[in-house]
Ligand binder design. Sequence first.
Ligand code: ATP
Ligand code: MG
Length: 402
Amino acid sequence: MINYDRILIRYGEISTKGRNRNKFVEKLKNSILNVLNEFPGIKVESSRDRMYVILNGADGKEVSARLKGVFGIQSFSPAVKVNKDVEEMKDAALALFLKDYQEGKSFKITAKRADKSFSLKTDELNHEFGGHLLRNVPGLKVNVKKPDINLQIEVREEAAYISCETIQGAGGLPAGSSGKAMLMLSGGIDSPVAGYLSMKRGLEIEAVHFHSPPFTSERAKQKVIDLTEKLANIAGTVALHIVPFTEIQQLIHQQVPSNYTMTATRRLMLRITDEIRRKNDGLAIITGESLGQVASQTLESMFAINDVTTTPILRPLITMDKSEIIEIAQRIDTHDISIRPFEDCCTVFVPSSPKTKPKRDKVRHFESFVDFDPLIAKAVEDTEKMAIKPQARNEESFGELF
Ligand code: ATP
Ligand code: MG
């Protein structure tokens, strides 16, 4: 019986990246080797416009399930490599076709001839192989517009490749190909989704979480660790910085009028995150803000909060509705962790009526009575840095995540 011996991987967007292409291909290759590290025999061959995962006996379905989560893959197809001998190719095509065939399905052939010296032209390949299948598979119908099965035959210099299936990849750009950014990670629904979407565009993330013991509990911290672990499943170990924030929050509440405490709190969080970013060579900060969702996320609020830094702040959810965000949270498996009912530092100290239109000059004025710099330095100094590893891969749900 014929078995797939490789998986053909199409890059999609990265193939348009000109001079950076080699770097991108290298990053993608690393991501793939990373998710497949428990299959020892596997090899990855890369070229300008595609990659092959050589299975060497590994289970094609399991490997495919892993590949579905890898950013930078547009689509992929389990395939077999055969000699460029028409009879041999026909036998292989028919055997592959029959592997998963159910009666009543329609098909078409998509042939490509990269090797222009090959004896059959593209049209001739289509005819020859289409005829061969029709003669040998009873009840089979052709449907060129919307076939159930698209049998692809590609004749290249070194060999011919045959595949029956094209599986949608995760899209995006390879992990780490866009540089590093700090993700402000609360225990809520939004920020893990913002992290996921940033990773999708090739960002390496380090998470920063503010906690205020004893007002926030160990279980609230554990929630953030568990969320970070879900993100680590996607592209490998993620650093998590836990910032002790109690002292600063208490001082804000003593010094700043209550309707401005929320704005001041956010400004201080941003200053601290920016300092941690600087120390860890990041180039941006990511938040889970969505326009107008709550008082701190009006345009006026963002204007007043953003005032403390010129570092780019990426807000991947800015135009999304809550329902759209929840949908992604469920897909990436963070939703149920996020809705665990533990307080975070902002809910504990939240004023009854935060200003929805804070004024930048006012918050600057209120803050000016306190020298926050030494407290910021101390918070950064006392920040706990953890390396959060991916969960064990034998979890059943892993392949279904994406
Ligand atoms: P989330 O669901 O991400 O908590 P939210 O809708 O509750 O978002 P806010 O509480 O206003 O919104 O927080 C806005 C953003 O500020 C969050 O998405 C997150 O990026 C950041 N943030 C809030 N609280 C914390 C925290 N304790 N530690 C780190 N970042 C935080
Ligand atoms: Mg929140």
